[in-house]
Ligand binder design. Structure first.
Ligand code: NAD
Length: 358
């Protein structure tokens, strides 16, 4: 039976970078004679303008039936004043929630050739290779009760940070198993000094570590972890954290590499089906100008082939081609100070040439 790949380009540069990834995917499908059915649909602001919803029901249904989703990015100033439910970002939150994509894997790695783009000194950042495993469907972003109350003085608002044992165990399991495939170090990050939910998180992760004697487990408070990521990022291998802290830490880690245009991410359910997207947003400042770096999206395609579509060989070819692309001096606008750089539409062609040369 053919595998279903759903492409959701979204808004702004989401459309440009997914076009590049689809070009590479089409080549891979031909090269490996893969039985994939690729469908593309609108989400985000683009879908709202067309249908009045940032994630129409038919898109949600198609997403539920897919083996892998390639998601570009959503959002833009033209949709900033919409009601909460209509905002483009709601497409992402609903997909994560309804597809139960509870594990967000965000690699942050540096090609040493690009270390000049990092805000950190070379000796601190060189060889960076960490993986942040962020819980994605629970915690304070979804916790109930929540609300804004404007009928009493003083007015107030609140949210609820809540995790049950099962939610902690399933994300910790993904993190321990990811560490087993890497350098066997796992750092769990929370605020056990001030939050009950974090104390509970720490006790469950500590108990689980008995089942993973090969993994060196450590714990850090979120504020310290943010600082350590900047001071000495290479101390980390895998970091596991809740939705809120993981959101912040993974953005710091992405920034360390110098370009958000290079970093992919995967959001998986328990059967490893999932959604694959670059870490960056829709970049309205450069949208529509053929300037965006599509490598994060092409790298996300590689993660989709590896995790959800069982095509590891093809994924490795793409990863090698990206490395060769950088090593041979190819640059996009975000990773060079030169006036000479490749346009978005030129990158996929180069990557395909490099795959052919392998
Ligand atoms: P952004 O990631 O879109 O852009 C931040 C900066 O990085 C901009 O200067 C942009 O030009 C640059 N940049 C980002 N990706 C790039 C790429 N591939 N190549 C070259 N340069 C790149 O973040 P933002 O400006 O905070 O947000 C813009 C919009 O995107 C907002 O509406 C926001 O809500 C949305 N957003 C969406 C997602 C998502 O869909 N997953 C994530 C973050 C932000």
């Amino acid at each position: 039976m053919s595998k279903k790949v759903l492409v959701l380009p979204g808004d702004g540069i989401g459309q440009e970078v997914t076009a590049s990834a689809v070009e590479v995917l089409d080549f891979i499908i031909d090269e490996y004679s893969l039985d994939f059915k690729v469908t593309s649909m609108n989400v985000g602001g683009t879908a709202y303008d067309e249908s009045g919803s940032p994630i129409p029901d038919n898109v949600l249904d198609a997403a539920k039936e897919s083996d892998a989703i390639l998601f570009g990015a959503v959002g833009g100033p033209e949709w900033d004043d919409l009601d909460w439910d209509d905002r483009p970002e709601n497409a992402l939150l609903r997909l994560r929630k309804e597809l139960n994509l509870f594990a967000n894997l965000r690699p942050a790695f540096l090609f040493n050739e690009l270390s000049d783009a990092s805000p950190l000194k070379k000796e601190i950042i060189n060889d960076l290779d960490i993986l942040i495993v962020r819980e994605l469907t629970g915690g304070i972003y979804f916790g109930e009760p929540r609300g804004i109350f404007l009928d009493k003085e003083p007015n107030y608002a609140f949210n609820t940070m809540i995790y049950n044992e099962e939610e902690i165990r399933r994300i910790a399991r993904i993190a321990f198993e990811s560490a087993q495939k890497r350098n066997k170090k796992l750092c769990s990050v929370e605020k056990a000094n001030v939050l009950e939910v974090s104390k509970f998180w720490r006790s469950i992760v500590t108990e689980m570590s008995e089942d993973y004697p090969d993994i060196e487990l450590s714990h850090q408070l979120a504020d310290n972890a943010a600082m350590q990521l900047v001071l000495n990022p290479n101390q980390f291998d895998v970091i596991v954290s809740s939705n809120l802290f993981g959101d912040i830490l993974s953005d710091i880690a992405a920034t360390l590499t110098g370009s958000i245009g290079m970093l992919p991410s995967a959001s998986l359910d328990s059967s490893f089906k999932g959604m694959f997207e670059p870490c960056h947003g829709s970049a309205p400042d450069i949208a529509g100008r053929n300037l965006a770096n599509p490598l994060a999206m092409i790298s996300s395609l590689s993660m989709a082939l590896k995790y959800s579509l069982n095509e590891e060989e093809a994924a490795n070819k793409i990863d090698k081609a990206i490395r060769k692309f950088i090593e041979s001096g190819n640059r996009t606008i975000d990773i060079t100070t030169d006036k000479k750089y490749l346009k978005t539409s030129e990158v996929a062609k180069k990557i395909i040439e490099m795959i052919k040369d392998e």
